[in-house]
Design a protein around this ligand. Sequence first.
Ligand SMILES: [Zn+2]
Ligand SMILES: [Zn+2]
Length: 371
Amino acid sequence: MMKNSKEKEQYSQNAEVRQRKLGYIRTRDQQDKRFCSKQKSYFTQRCQTDHEFKKKNRSRFSRRYRTDECFTMRRRAYITERYRDDVGFKNRQRSYITERYRDDVGFKNRQRSYITERYRDDVGFRNRQRYYITRRYLNNPEFRFKHQEIMRRIMKTKSDSLRTKTIRRVSTLLQKYKVINQLCRERNDCVIMKAVELFKAQIKNGPTFVCTVCHRALFPNQVRPCRRSFYKKNRHVVASCLTGQFVHICDDECQASCSVPAERKLEWICHTCCPHLKDGKMPAFAVANNLTLSDIPKELCGLNILERHLISKCISFAKIVPLPKGQQRAIRGNVVCVPSEVQETVNVLPRLRIQKHNYSRRCGPLRPNPH
Ligand SMILES: [Zn+2]
Ligand SMILES: [Zn+2]
């Protein structure tokens, strides 16, 4: 502490004097405990009363923290240690951070980006965080409830926005077609009106025409009558492809009036299969191209979704995208089928009650060995 203005002046202007004074204070600070505590209380008091002094000190401190690596390390170690050992300090720090995070937007954003980056780059930190969050979720009901609430809110917002989007899109489409229809009527545009009428007529009964080669149920405009004599190039392929499986031939059961629709009494071929077969090539979708679907066995008919998943021979992965119009969905890109180990799944499942019963009856109750 400087006693008069002359000393003060010397201290501020002469670097040597300043160094000497600082060295003296540092040494005495380390050796003399009383001096140290006196210095501390003086500093605290001045910080509380002198605003300018506090501000100056803070800026000096942060500058030194930024530039002096040794000082930074020392401060960090000190803070870490104190945070670990001093409960009061820990709580103060926590409430300070919480409050600042809540009130200071800049600080909040900085903290967020720092945590995101560290989580991405630092494997140890990521694992620690995961472990901590999992434990907290398991052990702290309040935290769990809060987390569930947040997730529920996020999901609701997402689904709400999706629903709003869908409704908006549908209403736009309806509006658009309303305008088009009105325009057509006004102009008396018979071509478009006819096309619309034709389309409506074609889809009226649903896809009731079955292709004899690929067995797909299609609309009438997607198929043509199958004239077997038309396909001559590769007799072997033609014979295996033209199955005629879903063609109805009237027999005694039909009696006088057959109720089967007319299209089921003829053989049809789709516009996809026809050109291939004409060229004597195996159509890609043909049932004969190893795409036969056998009937589901009686035991597997009544399975629920979970049971079906457990025994499925492969798990398929596909990219499903919503189509821009009409709310339909389509598979885009490749479908990857991963074989699943059904036997392993069966082995880990608990046995049926009847199997347990048989086992215990076969082995008998456990008795002490008489010999
Ligand atoms: Zn076909
Ligand atoms: Zn019939």
